[in-house]
Write a protein that binds this ligand. Structure first.
Ligand SMILES: [Zn+2]
Length: 402
């Protein structure tokens, strides 16, 4: 179609353009120029009915951060239309132009992207607490299929960055969840949209490596005229076992043990009570070995025990399966096709969007080894991501070793 008639049709459909306070940003460069004036950018299409309120909520959520925080909730800019991960590509370009900081970008209908540059602790922490808080808010909300808004996710991401290793406090999350902008309107259209988005995320991860390569090329090509070396920081390929893992496992196991002791006698001998007791026993056994991968297993077994105790009260809750990529990410709520695999592995929501670094153990000679490449019960079961009888398999494995 020739350009002129196309413009005429658009003008007919839209009517005369209304005078706007902010000029619309059609390109990443225009978004960047707006970010120079104000690091929080919310376009009306993403403002949940009032982009002014949305802007203020984000600005106050960012107030206590030590590093610059840039948030963009907007329509896909024209020059990124058709890109596989426009939010990630835009964040890389923005960082190249504006420098280090926390970037959270979500374009309408696309997957969000969060990255911290210039703060290693924040960059390595992972946004699992945000995912967990969103899941919790959705499961507590009214309606058949409540879905949190992009604004809600962005606000929580800013609050997460204050203490990235901690879970977000329930009262903080609940207060935001009570705001009128926290959830998408409950309509069939939105549900269809959200489901489609999940499928896109799932399919897109298959091509993740290819896309990452494209983004790096794009950033280098764009950064040169600016005279900066803004190459995207590569994510670490593996995630180490945290130093405090044994203490964490002990706490979780003790919690589960206490809850089991409080269970009515009839339920203790019921199927859920017995499953919880078996998981706690298996957890205690592996925690005693002092091996870091075993300690991770003890954390997972404590989660499994806790879930079985929940199920004693509400049997409809599903059994617990962790994220295959790294069980410490929490519960698998989605699936992801991993490179070189022909099956969809259960994965946390973050990994379903973009596969995170795999849990690895440091060996003296070989360096970091992904847990799935070890000859352990954890590799065979995916820490329980792939099986429903992790506790039994662990106990069997331990008695076979003696
Ligand atoms: Zn994960």
């Amino acid at each position: 179609m020739p350009v002129l008639p196309a413009l005429a049709v658009t003008a007919l459909l839209l009517g005369a353009p209304a005078p706007a306070a902010d000029p619309p940003a059609d390109t990443v460069d225009q978004l960047i120029e707006q970010l120079r004036d104000d690091p929080i950018l919310v376009q009306p299409s993403m403002g949940m009915g009032d982009s002014g309120i949305a802007h203020d909520a984000l600005t106050s959520a960012a107030a206590d951060l030590d590093l610059p925080a840039y948030v963009v909730l907007a329509d896909v800019p024209d020059d990124l239309t058709g890109a596989e991960y426009p939010s990630e590509a835009a964040a890389a370009l923005m960082r190249a132009a504006l420098g280090d900081g926390l970037y959270h970008v979500e374009f309408r209908g696309e997957i969000s992207y969060t990255q911290a540059w210039g703060d290693e602790d924040l960059a390595d922490a992972g946004t699992a607490p945000v995912t967990y808080a969103m899941d919790r808010a959705e499961s507590n909300a009214h309606g058949d299929y409540p879905r949190v808004s992009a604004l809600f996710e962005a606000v929580l991401t800013l609050r997460w960055a204050e203490a990235p290793l901690d879970e977000l406090p329930d009262d903080v999350v609940d207060e935001y969840a009570a705001q009128p902008w926290a959830f998408l309107p409950d309509s069939g259209y939105d549900r269809a949209d959200a489901t489609a988005g999940r499928w896109v995320a799932l399919l897109a991860t298959v091509f993740g490596v290819l896309v990452a390569g494209t983004i790096i090329t794009l950033v280098v090509a764009r950064a040169k005229p600016l005279g900066r070396g803004g190459v995207k920081r590569r994510r670490t390929a593996f995630a180490a076992v945290p130093d405090d893992i044994a203490a964490r496992a002990q706490r979780r196991l003790d919690d589960a043990r206490r809850r089991l002791a409080e269970l009515p006698a009839a339920q203790v001998s019921g199927p859920f009570g017995e499953a919880a007791a078996t998981a706690i026993e298996a957890g205690d056994r592996v925690l005693a070995t002092g091996d870091p991968l075993d300690a991770v297993g003890a954390v997972v077994l404590a989660e499994i025990a806790g879930r079985e105790l929940d199920r004693a009260g509400s049997p409809k809750r599903p059994p617990y399966h962790p994220c295959f990529v790294n069980p410490l990410h929490g519960e698998a709520r989605d699936t992801v096709r991993l490179d070189g695999s022909s099956i969809d592995a259960p994965a946390c929501r973050d990994c379903a969007r973009s596969v995170g670094p795999m849990l690895a153990v440091r060996r003296r000679v070989r360096g970091p080894v992904p847990y799935a490449d070890t000859s352990t019960v954890w590799a065979r079961t995916g820490y329980g991501a792939l099986v429903s009888d992790l506790a039994e398999q662990v106990l069997e494995d331990r008695s076979a070793r003696r």
